[in-house]
Design a protein around this ligand. Structure first.
Ligand SMILES: Cc1cc2nc3c(=O)[nH]c(=O)nc-3n(C[C@H](O)[C@H](O)[C@H](O)COP(=O)(O)O)c2cc1C
Length: 649
């Protein structure tokens, strides 16, 4: 078979171990850790799904090595607690039985111990240890590690690596990046020691070298050690790429795979986890530069999800391996689809940060576009129904499409009706905003998957009561979505006003002076886009804050984008009337202001199409209502409800 992406699909030998392709599943963790620090069953199932999806290696994340100085160990995996070895063994087994190499990430948070606690107040009862004493930005005191404690930690890395090998792991990843302990030693920003572990670069690298020696002694020659490091810390005072190259050169003799990530969790979250506002592959340059100076294989990571881009990275020698985290949440079968030339079927990550936000807020695994994530134990195979039914789906947005695909996979005869001439629902509106293009693509991909699954798609077909009754389906899934909220503000029906959902249809009408009315998520993102287009943008919001409903990971990044743009923000401004000169608003003191602009983008929210639901509610024996037509909400809700409505038929 001629593989479309031959370099990506090519096996690689690292140490004495053969990997089936170049697509590795990067560590993703911090959830489903039992009270005694073992891997919960749901996590084992999560990692297993990655292996089943075709990744060459699956790294279990973060296992603490030295709880005595880590502080946050009650929320970390710990191979040294009673009973944990068996959980690690079952997990390694679950990964290996699908042909992937099982790896485990060995980690120490150092002065940032406690970061992952959902109850941040608990941090105050923990001990924070770093290379140097100091006070963290959140006011917590950091104690300097003594040489005795350093020796203990170094020994602990070896001990835990040995246990991981005993549990059946065939590789270990030493986490030396993202601002955690090893990174803190490498960094001139965190490390102010004057002993042999501080000062010169050789001294700052010493701790990492001792750790790697200790791990090597425990696992023996040929056992692959992957070292994850940030190619550059990418903040003022941290080490830069030139030093990153030197660090890599000093370490390469002790490792088998150099994994080049970027930035630090605490001081550059959206660099380490590239947000939708930066181009895909924005960190590849770091790996590419370092690769020129070392002879060990190099891996790259960060916002990668396009097989063509990943193929080019490997073909052009920028890296030997590509690693993905979020892309494999969105579609755990991505590697498999690449291997079988089915890349058009890949459901791409939206970089919406639902995953990381849920992890931080509820300690659960979630993905907007993949209903299985976090629920793998509930079953990931769609089981055919014992009886094939006629299913009518009203609405071709993400929820309706997910329902239709799942129902068709269960063997039902599915008709999906969409009232407009295109699938995708509300996602259609995202096609004109480059950093949200993947949301639009989601609708396109789901549409293709629905057709491939045998769904009969009828465009330009609104489902009315009469229509549904004539179809006489056994099951009706109402997924008719929401419509823009347009309050009775005088002038809002004017020609210069464009509803944000229709922006993609009326882009040419937008003048150079724009008022975006509504500072929710859609309004903020539209404003950022328009400012990037060189327009003068005023953003008007009635509430005190912008996008209060955005998730806790995306929101700060969104606000930072607004801060660094030219957008003029007016919070606590209420729109009174729209005129040819702009929007007349009233502030909280009751004073009127003209916010100038010759185009107005109306982004005042969405309202569930309850009238359609009410019309259709009695039109079949089984009726489910899903997504925005229940209550204007998220893509996550629509997809999840769509999937389950189909399972419930
Ligand atoms: C839900 C989630 C959990 C993560 N947990 C860890 C972790 O425990 N250890 C770690 O080193 N990196 C962790 N990461 C970072 C990823 O390994 C990766 O470096 C980052 O997400 C950038 O890759 P991506 O753009 O492919 O997602 C996590 C990322 C996500 C999305």
């Amino acid at each position: 078979m001629q593989r479309k992406y031959p370099n990506l699909c090519k096996p690689i030998k690292i140490g004495n171990v053969n990997f089936r392709n170049r697509m590795f599943s990067a560590p993703m963790g911090g959830t489903d850790i039992t009270a005694d620090c073992t891997i919960g069953r749901a996590s084992t199932a999560f990692y297993e799904l990655r292996a089943k999806g075709g990744a060459a290696s699956v790294t279990v994340s973060e296992c603490v090595v030295h709880p005595e100085t880590e502080g946050s160990h009650m929320y970390h995996l710990d191979l040294q607690t009673v009973g944990s070895l068996s959980s690690f063994t079952y997990t390694a087994d679950a990964i290996r039985r699908h042909g992937a190499i099982a790896s485990v990430e060995l980690s120490h948070s150092g002065q940032y111990a406690g970061t992952y606690l959902t109850d941040k107040d608990k941090k105050h009862s923990l001990a924070q240890w770093g290379p140097s004493a100091g006070v963290r930005p959140d006011g917590l005191e950091v104690k300097e590690l003594t040489e005795e404690l350093i020796a203990d930690i170094v020994a602990a890395y070896g001990n835990v690596a040995g246990l991981a090998k005993r549990a059946g792991f065939e590789m270990v990843m030493v986490h030396g990046g993202h601002g955690w302990l090893i990174n803190q030693f490498l960094s001139p920003y965190f490390n102010h020691r004057t002993d042999k572990y501080g000062g010169s670069l050789e001294n700052r690298v010493r701790f990492a070298r001792e750790v790697l020696d200790s791990v090597r002694k425990a696992v023996g020659p040929g056992f692959p050690i992957e070292f994850r490091m940030s190619g550059s810390e990418l903040f003022e005072g941290g080490y830069d790429l030139a030093e990153g190259v030197e660090i890599a050169k000093l370490l390469e003799s002790q490792i088998d795979l150099l994994h080049i990530s970027a930035g630090t969790y605490q001081r550059g979250f959206s660099i380490t986890h590239p947000s939708m506002f930066v181009p895909h592959g924005s960190n590849v340059y770091l790996a590419a530069e370092i690769k020129k100076h070392v002879s060990v294989p190099v891996a790259t990571i960060g916002g990668l999800n396009d097989p063509a881009m990943m193929e080019e990275i490997i073909a052009s020698g920028k890296a030997d391996v590509v690693e993905m985290a979020r892309a494999l949440l969105a579609d755990h079968e991505l590697p498999r689809k690449v291997m079988s030339n089915r890349d058009e079927d890949i459901v791409k990550c939206l970089r919406c940060f639902t995953c990381m936000a849920e992890r931080a807020v509820t300690s659960t695994r979630r993905c907007t576009v993949n209903p299985f994530i976090g629920r793998e134990l509930d079953g990931t195979e769609v089981v055919p129904s014992s009886q094939s039914r006629k299913v009518l789906v009203a609405g071709g947005g993400p929820g309706g499409l997910e329902a239709a695909i799942t129902a068709a996979k269960r063997g039902h005869k599915v008709i999906l009706c969409e009232k407009s001439d295109q699938l995708g629902g509300i996602l259609k509106g995202e096609q004109a905003i480059p950093f949200k293009y993947e949301m639009y693509e989601l609708g396109v991909t789901l549409g293709k998957l629905a057709k491939d699954a045998g769904v009969e798609i009828r465009l330009n077909t609104p489902v009315t009561k009469e229509y549904a009754e004539t179809e006489n389906a056994d099951a009706l899934i109402i997924a008719v979505g929401s419509e823009p909220l347009i309050p009775p503000i005088p002038g809002l029906a004017g020609d210069q006003v464009i509803v944000v959902n229709d922006y993609y249809l009326e882009m040419d009408k937008v003048s150079d002076q724009v008022v975006v009315l509504g500072g929710g998520l859609a309004g903020c993102e539209a404003a950022i886009h328009l400012a990037r287009e060189g327009k003068t943008v005023h953003l008007v919001e009635m509430r005190t804050e912008l996008a209060p409903d955005a998730n806790i990971r995306h929101r700060p990044i969104l606000l930072a984008e607004i801060d660094k743009s030219t957008i003029q923000v007016h919070t606590e401004y209420k729109g009174l009337r729209v005129t040819e000169e702009g929007v007349v608003c009233v502030d909280k003191a009751g004073e009127e202001h003209l916010v100038p602009g010759t185009t107005v983008i109306c982004a005042l929210g969405q309202r569930a199409r309850r009238n359609v639901v009410e019309e259709l509610i009695d039109c079949a024996p089984y009726v489910a209502q899903i997504g925005d037509c229940v209550c204007a909400s998220t893509i996550t809700t629509a997809i999840y409800q769509g999937y389950h409505a189909a399972l419930d038929i």
